[in-house]
Design a protein around this ligand. Structure first.
Ligand code: GPP
Ligand code: MG
Length: 306
């Protein structure tokens, strides 16, 4: 089924979000991905995510959920010439995953200036898998095996899904918190120390209490964890992983003006606090379209705040 007007509607939002994030957008890179999924666009979950500060500063990604009965995003990108074939193991993660595990859904990240960037593969929500089972995927970075015990010891033992960044050659493992209990700052401090990552600021630790998902990033070049991100989902645009400017101001403005399509509700926002060995930086995703799943998460985790 074709639905070209939906491509135009979503692309208009891409232009608006890119202007807000102060980044270029490339129609010839974005529209082919939207057109290839045009039958999904009226309902699919869509998120515009910006990064504030430092080397990762600037840039805007559009993330899109793709149902599991669709062609997987990596195969889609290859067959549409949106990505070059590669011998790098990054190119085999999605196929390894779907060969061995049930898939609940896929996802795509489009860098609005650079085009197809990431694929996600997630387990069905009632069939999450333990981290130790992902270690066996032949394409996984060796550092996963090397850090599996450490990750599990800090409660990162249940995985909801993975993402593969084909530009940076990185894998994220999205870990389920499975509880709305506040994340203990001492637990976070000790986790960061043992992982060789930068210490979080007091404000970062306060922010991280409301974490609903934690995800480490690994690559194929290092035996160390590259970075870790603590994510908070909320309706409250006053949420902030930092008071540093200009990042705090950028996020405040983005949180209150990003385009969104569910009129009458408040924006669903996902803030991220990311820590690498060298630096701390911040991300903010504004859902352009949501499902009841995000509504439920916001409700459960916003209730934590007071
Ligand atoms: C978080 O990864 C991913 C999302 C907010 C996208 C949600 C997925 C959908 C398919 C809707 P990240 O962008 O924070 O990680 P990284 O910076 O490593 O890319
Ligand atoms: Mg990203």
């Amino acid at each position: 089924m074709s639905n070209a007007p939906e491509v135009d509607r979503v692309y208009a939002a891409v232009e608006k979000a890119a202007a807000l994030a102060g980044t270029a957008c490339a129609a010839d890179k974005v529209r082919p991905v939207l057109s290839g999924h045009q039958d999904l666009l009226d309902e699919s979950v869509l998120v515009f995510s910006m990064t504030a500060g430092g080397r990762h500063g600037g840039g805007l990604d559009l993330s899109m959920v793709v149902p599991a009965d669709h062609v997987d995003p990596y195969s889609f990108a290859l067959s549409n010439g949106l990505i070059e074939p590669t011998d790098h193991p990054a190119g085999s993660v999605v196929s390894d995953f779907k060969e061995r595990f049930p898939v609940g859904m896929y996802g795509i990240d489009i860098d609005v200036a650079g085009g197809f960037k990431k694929a996600y593969a997630a387990f069905p929500s009632d069939d999450l898998r333990e981290l130790k089972h992902l270690v066996d995927l032949p394409s996984m970075p060796r550092s996963l095996a090397e850090n599996a015990e450490l990750l599990a010891r800090y409660g990162l033992d249940t995985v909801t899904g993975v993402s593969v960044d084909y530009k940076r050659h990185e894998v994220n493992l999205y870990c389920d918190r499975a509880t709305t209990e506040p994340l203990d700052p001492d637990h976070v401090r000790s986790m960061l120390r043992e992982m060789g990552l930068r210490e979080a600021s007091e404000q970062g630790l306060e922010f991280a209490k409301k974490t609903f998902a934690i995800y480490p990033t690994l690559n194929w070049d290092s035996s160390k964890i590259v970075r870790i991100c603590f994510a908070v989902i909320t309706n409250d645009p006053a949420t902030a992983p930092t008071t540093s400017e200009p990042e705090a101001g950028q996020m405040r403005e983005y949180a209150t003006t990003a385009p969104y399509a569910y009129v009458g509700e408040r924006r669903a926002l996902v803030y991220g606090l990311a820590l690498s060995p060298e630096k701390e930086y911040y991300k903010l995703g504004a859902y352009y379209q949501i499902s009841d799943y995000q509504r439920k998460l916001v409700k459960a985790f916003d209730a934590l705040q007071d």
